[in-house]
Ligand binder design. Structure first.
Ligand SMILES: Cc1cc2nc3c(=O)[nH]c(=O)nc-3n(C[C@H](O)[C@H](O)[C@H](O)COP(=O)(O)O)c2cc1C
Length: 211
């Protein structure tokens, strides 16, 4: 039996109760509905070390275990979702540091979905557009659809601060389209037919990258 395709969702906010984390988790869930398994790399809790050129240029594995696990999780994924909060009209430094731990071909042959969350009332697509350049630099293939949310796109947070995307709101259709594009593109690049794995029920717990 062919193993299911794996998408790694990277949440680039340092905040507890992050909208970005909820957004990438939502996209991961939509990909599970399309037959994928999904994992989450929540940069708020991974406590990755600061990137350093000595490690980038070194042939040796990264000396810090947490960094090695993150790098290996990215390299093992068939597809990626990169999520960021909008900070000063850009993507977060936390996400940039994580990306700078990776080798320059880390996204080769992988489809990448881009999402962002902004605190302002109108949101911003700028951070996703900036991330397109980064994906290109790492030899990845960013899909055309991207999702930029604002607070009004989320249901009020429940007890424990967990946020959820408002499924009756306008961005839900964009999330579905993003998941469709990621699934189709990943299957095409992995040589899997459109039907492979499709139609399976939501299954599999989301595997957290070990902190
Ligand atoms: C340093 C900093 C810069 C920010 N810059 C912007 C900005 O340029 N535009 C905007 O709409 N919101 C801005 N915000 C607000 C964040 O986008 C907002 O807090 C958002 O909820 C963060 O997403 P999160 O809940 O996933 O952490 C900024 C926040 C911080 C901390």
């Amino acid at each position: 039996m062919t193993a299911r395709l794996h998408v790694l969702c990277v949440a680039g906010s340092p905040s507890a109760g992050s909208h970005t984390r909820a957004l990438v988790g939502h996209i991961g869930g939509l990909l599970e509905q399309r037959g994928f398994e999904s994992g989450l790399a929540d940069l708020a809790v991974l406590d990755l070390p600061r990137s350093h050129p000595d490690h980038y240029w070194s042939e040796a594995p990264h000396p810090v275990g947490r960094a090695r696990e993150f790098i290996e999780a990215v390299l093992a994924a068939d597809a990626l979702v990169l999520g960021t909060p909008v900070y000063h009209s850009g993507y977060s430094g936390l996400l940039k540091n994580a990306v700078d731990l990776l080798p320059s071909d880390a996204f080769a042959g992988k489809a990448v979905g881009l999402v962002s969350h902004a605190g302002g009332p109108r949101g911003s697509a700028t951070a996703c557009e900036q991330l397109r350049q980064v994906v290109k630099a790492l030899e990845g293939w960013a899909v055309p659809m991207q999702v930029s949310t604002v607070s009004a796109d989320f249901s009020p947070s429940g007890r424990g601060g967990d946020r959820a995307l408002d499924l009756t709101g306008p961005v839900h259709a964009r999330c579905e389209e993003l998941a469709d594009q990621l699934a189709a593109f990943t299957r095409a690049m992995r040589g899997r037919g459109a039907g492979a794995g499709a139609g399976s029920a939501v299954a599999g717990a989301t595997a957290e990258v070990a902190a």
